[in-house]
Design a protein around this ligand. Structure first.
Ligand code: A2P
Length: 345
């Protein structure tokens, strides 16, 4: 009988945690016992798993002793507390929060882009920001073929990126506006229904938001390229699932849109949908529930010598979070060395 792995999901009651549980089943991950972990607030609740339900347990220091690996999507604070405890207990953690991403001890992994960096892990592996993941899956074949000097990106990000509370806020405000009521505003600083907010995460001293700087810094770390220049504008839009991105790149050498399209067609995890004459281009509505990244509108950028423009879409909760984490776990179980931890005490 092939080996089965005992897996913990921390944040199992959240939007991403629920999708992580679903991903384990959908992708045929060889799980044995699956532990659904969350805070004391939801201990005893049931969450769906493989056409059944499992009972949520409150996370504690001993939750990880009997697990082979854990995937976390419970925010930075819980991750800062529990990821080192799990790693020290011999349970490697794939963490979806921003807490560890820039830590030099922690590799930041997109399986299609930099799987080799996984070898350097000591027990904690970080899942990049959703917007970075889909951008780099799309750009990787071009980066490898001709290099990329500069990226300018504008995002159109769904409310599920804020978690279950973002989804509920958009639904509630939409209902209220259709009923002629004033919308309750609690999750975002302004109404999100029928609006676009150029504000994701907090503003920093340089005028950018933390979300925008994540795209800059994570790209440098994942491509391991200190010279690549990135400028991002991140916008929250009234869509439930699926992030879209308008991306402009300046490449190292010239590449035609046709050649870029051919390279992208062969790249893992990437689907080219690019036939504007038939109104075919990537759409958030089509990407929802899918594990691939979609790219289209691939064309020359006439504003610079070696420039390309494109439109990239992915399900932020799947490839932007849960799928990417489960794919990292899949890489780890292929090599027993990768299931070992060595977190500094
Ligand atoms: P809980 O439901 O018990 O609060 P989302 O991103 O959709 O808001 O979900 C966040 C997830 O992270 C939830 O499952 C939530 O559990 C969990 N979580 C948040 N903070 C903690 C914490 N300090 N300890 C354990 N789980 C946490």
């Amino acid at each position: 009988m092939s080996k089965e792995y005992n897996v913990g999901v921390l944040g199992a009651t959240g939007a991403v945690g629920r999708e992580m549980l679903k991903c384990l089943v959908d992708r045929g991950f060889p799980y044995g016992r699956v532990k659904a972990l969350a805070s004391s607030r939801s201990a005893g609740q049931k969450v769906e798993f493989d056409n059944d339900e499992i009972t949520v347990e409150e996370v504690g220091p001993d939750s990880f002793n009997d697990l082979d690996l854990a995937i976390f999507s419970a925010g930075a604070k819980a991750s800062a507390e529990y990821a080192p405890l799990a790693a020290k207990a011999g349970c490697p953690v794939v963490d979806n929060s921003s807490n560890w991403r820039m830590d030099p001890r922690v590799p930041l992994i997109i399986p299609e882009v930099n799987p080799g960096a996984l070898r350097r892990h000591k027990g904690i592996i970080a899942n990049p920001n959703c917007s970075t993941i889909q951008m780099l899956v799309a750009l990787k074949p071009i980066y490898d073929a001709v290099g990329i000097k500069r990226i300018v990106v504008s995002t159109y990000q769904a409310v599920s990126g804020t978690g279950q509370k973002g989804v509920e806020e958009l639904a509630e405000q939409t209902r209220q506006l259709f009923n002629g009521q004033d919308p309750n505003i609690s999750v975002y600083p302004h109404r999100i229904a029928f609006n676009c907010l150029p504000h994701i995460d907090v503003f920093l001293e340089n005028g950018y938001t933390k979300e925008e700087m994540k795209m800059v810094n994570e790209t440098i770390k994942i491509f391991d390229d200190q010279n690549i220049k990135v400028s991002a504008t991140c916008v929250r839009v009234p869509i439930f699932y699926g992030h879209s991105e308008a991306i402009w790149i300046e490449t190292g050498r010239n590449i035609s849109p046709e050649s870029a399209r051919e390279l992208m067609k062969r790249a893992p995890g990437l689907l080219v949908v690019d036939d504007p004459a038939k109104n075919l281009y990537p759409l958030a509505s089509e990407a929802t529930g899918r594990d691939e990244v979609f790219v289209g509108r691939i064309r020359n950028d006439p504003s610079c010598e070696n420039g390309l423009s494109m439109w990239v879409v992915a399900d932020n909760v799947r490839k932007g979070a849960a799928t990417n984490a489960v794919e990292i776990a899949e890489l780890m179980i292929r090599d027993p060395q990768l299931l070992k931890t060595d977190w500094p005490v």
